[in-house]
Design a protein around this ligand. Sequence first.
Ligand SMILES: Nc1nc2c(ncn2[C@@H]2O[C@H](COP(=O)(O)OP(=O)(O)OP(=O)(O)O)[C@@H](O)[C@H]2O)c(=O)[nH]1
Ligand SMILES: [Mg+2]
Length: 323
Amino acid sequence: MSLDSMEGLIQGFKDRQTRALARIISRLENEDPERDELIKNIYPLTGSAKVIGVTGSPGAGKSSLVDRITHFLRERGDTVAVVAVDPTSPFTGGALLGDRIRMQEHATDQGVFIRSMGTRGSLGGLARNTKEVVKAMDAFGFNWVIIETVGVGQAELDIMNVADTILVVLTPGAGDSIQTIKAGIMEIADVFVVNKADLPGADRVATEVEMMLDLQSDKKEWRPPVIQVSNLQGTGIPQLMEAVSKYQEFLNEKNLLNKKRQERARAEVLEIVDYQWQKLVRKQLTLPGGINELLYKVAHRDSDPYTAASFILDMVIASGQKK
Ligand SMILES: Nc1nc2c(ncn2[C@@H]2O[C@H](COP(=O)(O)OP(=O)(O)OP(=O)(O)O)[C@@H](O)[C@H]2O)c(=O)[nH]1
Ligand SMILES: [Mg+2]
């Protein structure tokens, strides 16, 4: 069946054709009108992949680390999908180029699928799209999905929300003392990776993190382990993946994975409602008269913000009911 029809595309996906996966991902990324239909078909198939998030400062060695992890998992026979989110670089940024080279390296291996996502539209949109792409990779049947993103802002941290296990990558070197790392990023770590352990200062960074954890140890049930890794020398990956497994066991034992997923499902639905709702309101804004006239009145004290807001809500509800 041709992949050009919706039916053919879904069938191709279920038959595990990589081309079908790639095409579906493009449609999800572009907020294609058929996206709802695609998700409807894909969603029931999700939930089996182990989803890892990898975040850290620019140049911390995230991509190199993901590469090492991928090789490690492939040797065990596991399949791996990677989504590299790159909000900072424009279309042909260095990171995307690097990721394209990585893609070629694994091009002949059906067990690896790598996708880069650059910024197009808002960061909020990027976070949404990344979630859908992860769903597609999960539903396709990859054992692992690894998400890589620079941990610089709220939207990037939101992306990490999809992951069950979050690795925060730190490095020794100029100004990278943990005091200078963004606070939000330290708090989301399930496992700390001190990367570039071949460079001087790695021990010091590890000690600093341990000291920070000592200060908060009685507050948390899980103390994130601190693992030193060198992508250059290829050391520390087995220990890192051992720590990841331990964390996953911990989640399962305490039934936390299910809890996390329930909370996430709830948040996601509410987020979509929010998003659709805002879209309806914005659509009203583009119509002549109506809302714009009302906003003008508020500005001129002929109406007040609350009255205007109620009116707008009523209007949007009425327009929704007409459909
Ligand atoms: N010495 C040393 N260098 C490393 C190691 N891992 C990565 N690098 C180097 O660090 C630089 C950045 O590596 P990337 O893997 O591209 O880092 P990244 O965090 O993905 O970078 P962005 O995606 O641009 O934020 C490259 O020059 C790597 O060769 C390591 O273990 N040791
Ligand atoms: Mg990278």
